[in-house]
Design a protein around this ligand. Structure first.
Ligand code: BES
Ligand code: ZN
Length: 457
């Protein structure tokens, strides 16, 4: 392994340049105008994997964005790792809040800034570079590796679900490896064993058949923006509990053991507040911040649109109003059931004089991995070697929708070995990745394949 790590160390600058090239392709999956760039990014992944040394590499067309699949299966008798990652990114908006252009990656103070730097291009690239080093030094990988990269993670992985069913035999493996989550804190390498699920809804409120003069009609005709505000305000009570009937029915209670484990993690609430510039933390009564974000569900308004929002003042009574609302789910909540309960609640509380349409977007169940998989031990050793500290076990509040299908369709546990930091602005302006963690991440990945192949408990 020393030669592999030396190889990685000697190529630090080249690795950063390759990350810049990857970030330069604006693979924004939710924007139809970017479909060509998403396809170009899939081709870029294909070519890179072929150049790295994979024997079979294909770009698979789907009803949505392409899937990239690669294999190297020449380690006879060794286990097989199915690596999963995504090459799509979130929209860069609001662009004016970026310090440097989102698709021209820029290094400042040991961090690389650009859309996709941490979520997930930098973390995917860490594995490519680990494979490249193994191939360059030994002409082979320590174990069999299958690579699955998708272009729809940020929009719910719809095309990947049927792909898993169709290609179930090809995808047979011993474990799934993912690097698409943050570590607990700087210097604290982490293995994440739980993710929240998601139910994403859109609401449209309609009043009169046209915008109206608020002087002539105000006071006599229902205002959809105010109706929407009432509906949204009704979704939580004074204690920040979600008020939708039946919402908590299937929520699995937190065990005392987990509660103790979370309490032992080095979490500094004052520092958290300072970082976010907030005077107080607000959440469900009776739970700590980590519990609120990892094991309790949450409901958030993601966006609202209505009426006049331009500069200056315009007296108008709008005809419509809309909002996007996400609910983060925990085991054993079912996204489809939650969508129905949400719609029933909205119908019940809609004030007179307006009509409301409720439509679901994507959904995902929460994911909880068993901790006894042998790959966990390999991942622990790999992280300890690369970061020089013992890893902790964490859960996270975000979602990786496909992890559940890996379990249900392929019967495989996902190991979540992420190298990001919680404050690297994923999905926000100035997304970035700490370069020290990027380089350590490459080393950790290289160690992982070696450790897992060596098979010691
Ligand atoms: N990398 C994240 C998942 C993540 C975020 C894991 C935070 C752990 C902590 C992933 O790319 C992501 O953003 N997923 C989306 C999925 C959704 C759009 C279906 C999410 O969580 O919003
Ligand atoms: Zn993301």
């Amino acid at each position: 392994m020393n030669a592999v790590i030396d190889h990685i160390e000697s190529r630090r600058e080249a690795h950063v340049e390759d990350l810049k090239t990857f970030i330069a392709i604006p693979s924004v999956s939710t924007n139809p105008e970017r479909a060509g760039d998403v396809a170009r990014c899939a081709d870029h992944c294909h070519d890179s994997l072929r150049d790295v040394g994979f024997t079979t590499v294909e770009v698979v067309k789907t009803g949505g964005h392409p899937i990239v699949y690669a294999e190297w299966l020449e380690a006879e008798g060794a286990p097989t790792v199915l690596f999963y990652g995504h090459y799509d990114v979130q929209p860069p908006d609001p662009i004016e809040l970026w310090t440097s252009p989102p698709f021209e990656a820029t290094v400042r103070d040991g961090k690389i800034y650009g859309r996709g730097s941490v979520d997930d291009k930098g973390q995917v690239l860490a594995h490519w570079k680990a494979w490249e080093a193994h191939f360059a030094v030994n002409g082979r990988l320590p174990c069999n590796v299958k690579v699955l990269l998708e272009g729809e993670e940020e929009i719910g992985s719809e095309s990947l679900e049927p792909f898993l069913v169709e290609r179930k035999t090809d995808l047979a493996a011993d474990v799934i490896l993912i690097s698409d989550s943050p570590m607990f804190a700087r210097g604290v390498p982490s293995l994440c064993y739980g993710l929240r699920g998601l139910c994403y809804m859109e609401l449209h409120v309609r009043g009169a058949n046209t915008d109206l003069h608020s002087g002539s009609f105000g006071g006599a005709v229902a205002n959809p923006a105010q109706a929407l505000a009432k509906i949204l305000a009704s979704l939580k009570d004074e204690d920040e509990r979600i008020t939708i009937d039946g919402f908590y029915d299937r929520v699995r209670p937190l065990t005392d053991e987990e509660r103790d484990e979370f309490a032992r993690l080095p979490f500094d609430e004052e520092e958290y507040k300072r970082q976010l510039d907030v005077s107080e933390l607000v959440g469900e009564a009776g739970f700590s911040t980590l519990e609120r974000t990892w094991v309790r569900p949450a409901l958030d308004i993601n966006g609202m649109i209505s009426g006049f929002t331009g500069d200056g003042a315009k007296t108008v009574l709008p005809a419509e109003a809309s909002a996007k609302v996400s609910m983060r789910l925990v085991p054993d909540q079912d996204p489809e059931e939650i969508a129905r309960l949400f719609a029933a609640h909205v119908e019940r509380v809609t004030p007179p004089g307006v009509s409301v349409k409720v439509a679901p977007h994507h959904g995902a169940r929460a994911y909880l991995a068993p901790l006894d998989h042998p790959a966990n031990q390999a991942a622990k050793r790999a992280l300890a070697a690369a970061f020089g500290a013992e890893p902790v076990f964490t859960r996270e509040g975000g979602s990786i929708p496909i992890t559940n299908s890996f379990q249900s369709t392929l019967g495989l546990t996902s190991i979540l070995m992420g190298f990001g930091l919680p404050d690297e602005n994923a999905h926000a302006p100035d997304e970035n990745l700490d370069l020290d963690n990027f380089h350590r991440g490459i080393a950790a990945a290289a160690h992982f394949y070696h450790e897992y192949a060596s098979g010691v408990g």
